[in-house]
Ligand binder design. Structure first.
Ligand code: BTN
Length: 269
């Protein structure tokens, strides 16, 4: 089955470039933007050989997983563009929920089949990472090239990752990368519209908080050599994670590795 856009994405004017294999769909999107591509256009594959993760890590995935990047050149400040990643998490969560109806009806009480969003940009199934999002932005002629790269573990999850991972196949959700992409492209079109160049971020933020994992829980964030510990209070209007420290200070976090629960005291060290 080839990759195709969903009907809403196609009628909204999105385009699609699909590859049998490529180094990184994010790198391809950035290179095309430098060459004058304005989007909105998706770059997709079911096999990356040089996938990029957040914090300069590699994103390793076997053939059959979904690597998808949406490129759009827009006139927004980089700080506003950064909030588009939250729309990406919501779009993927909505697509996954729609495709999991059958699996959920077989095991309605299963915690493993509950999808949630982990700050900044992971999609979890139960407590395990199912997908990650890497947002990259670069000024080009005519605006800021914004690339939201979404990697989803469809057929397999990597071993030995800092946070435990899972895949749709492990969860008993029988869906291909191509079918997932079609659903994702439609839900992206919906949440991208709500986001509306950042004007709709207040709405995105409210929806994101409803899907968030770890709100009100102990959290530790490791960023470079710094460790911040406290309670995950909220997401602020800029997309920062707000942590209340033991001394009552509210600290906005812009980046870092996030650990909840027992991992907040053990894993972060
Ligand atoms: C993370 O570290 O959790 C983010 C991973 C993002 C991976 C996706 S796969 C599609 C796109 N292309 C890349 O090279 N990376 C992103």
């Amino acid at each position: 089955m080839p990759f195709t856009l969903g009907p809403s994405a196609a009628s909204a004017g999105y385009r699609l470039v699909a590859f049998n294999q490529i180094g990184s769909t994010n790198a391809e999107a950035v290179a095309r933007a430098r060459d004058g591509e304005r989007g909105p256009v998706w770059f997709v594959t079911s096999e990356q050989t040089a996938g990029r993760g957040r914090r300069h890590r590699a994103w390793i995935a076997p053939r059959g997983n979904l690597a998808s990047s949406i490129l759009e050149v827009m006139n927004v400040a980089p700080a506003v563009a950064a909030t588009l990643g939250f729309a990406g998490g919501l779009a993927l969560e909505a697509a996954l929920r729609a495709l999991s109806v059958e699996a959920i009806s077989r095991s309605p009480a299963s915690d493993e089949l509950k999808f949630s969003l982990k700050w900044p940009n992971d999609v979890l199934a139960g407590q395990r990472k199912l997908a990650g999002i890497l947002l990259e932005a670069e000024p080009v002629g005519g605006g800021l090239a914004v690339v939201v790269g979404i990697g989803t573990n469809v057929v397999a999850a990597p071993d030995g990752t800092p946070a435990p991972a899972t895949s749709l196949r492990t969860l008993g959700i029988d869906v291909s990368a191509e079918a997932l992409f079609s659903a994702l492209s439609d839900s992206w079109a919906e949440f991208r519209n709500i986001w509306d160049h950042g004007r709709g971020f207040a709405h995105i933020r409210r929806m994101w908080l409803q899907c968030a994992t770890g709100l009100g829980q102990a959290v530790a964030i490791k960023s470079g050599g710094t460790l911040i510990e406290g309670i995950f209070e909220t997401l602020d209007e800029q997309g920062c994670m707000v942590v209340r420290t033991a001394g009552g200070r509210m600290v906005p976090i812009t980046a870092g590795d996030v650990y909840f629960g027992s991992a907040a005291s053990a894993g972060a060290r």
